[in-house]
Design a protein around this ligand. Structure first.
Ligand code: COA
Length: 168
């Protein structure tokens, strides 16, 4: 497959917003606490948040492009341990991968791996001490990708549901 990975440009905005929404819909299928469909304003609000952080130089987005079509993206942000957390945690600089998504029909072409490689290189150049991300425990494919990229399991979230209506 012929695709290239490059930094996000403002001209990508409309295509990126579609992918943001596709990602959140795919996440909803794996997490019963999510709404089945995000609210209509979701993609604009989330997108504006990303752009604000890009402008503050704390966030980076890379896109995978195939002949002008954006087929995947990864977003990551740099954050620091701050406030009261410094009383109990080491003052690390953290590269946090917030989103990764590849359009369904383009998957299994190593696009995910290449997007991960780009954002990891970016964080390494920025001298981050650690890289972090969250994933659903059911998301075996993403988990497999992250292990391949050198991540390891850290912490485990647990949940007990009191209100069974949440499963509906
Ligand atoms: C996770 C995701 C980004 C991977 O993208 P991708 O371009 O298909 O990934 P790659 O082609 O680089 O594949 C990476 C590894 O995952 C495996 N893989 C990818 N899709 C797979 C599938 N459907 N079934 C089994 N393995 C799969 C690949 O075989 C490869 O492993 P290998 O090197 O051992 O063969 C993509 O599946 C996706 O967008 N999923 C929906 C969104 C999502 O879950 N994002 C993560 C949120 S935390």
């Amino acid at each position: 497959m012929d695709f290239k990975i490059r930094q996000y440009k403002p001209q990508d905005a409309s295509q990126l917003k579609i992918l943001l929404e596709e990602l959140v819909k795919s996440e909803a299928k794996k997490n019963f606490l999510r709404l089945p469909f995000p609210k209509p304003e979701y993609k604009e609000v989330y997108f504006q948040g990303l752009i604000k952080k890009i402008n503050e130089n704390s966030t980076q987005i890379y896109v995978a492009e195939d002949a002008g079509l954006i087929i995947g993206y990864v977003a990551g942000t740099i954050q620091f341990v701050s406030g009261d957390d410094l009383l109990e945690f080491k003052p690390v600089k953290e590269g946090f991968i917030t989103d990764i998504f590849v359009k369904e029909k383009y998957r299994k072409n190593e696009i995910g791996k290449k997007l991960m490689k780009m954002i990891m290189q970016y964080f390494e150049k920025q001298k981050c001490d650690i890289l972090k991300l969250f994933t659903q425990s059911e998301n075996d494919i993403a988990h497999h990708l992250y292990l391949q990229c050198g991540f390891s399991d850290y912490n485990q979230k647990m949940i007990k549901v009191i209100n069974p209506d949440l499963y509906k």
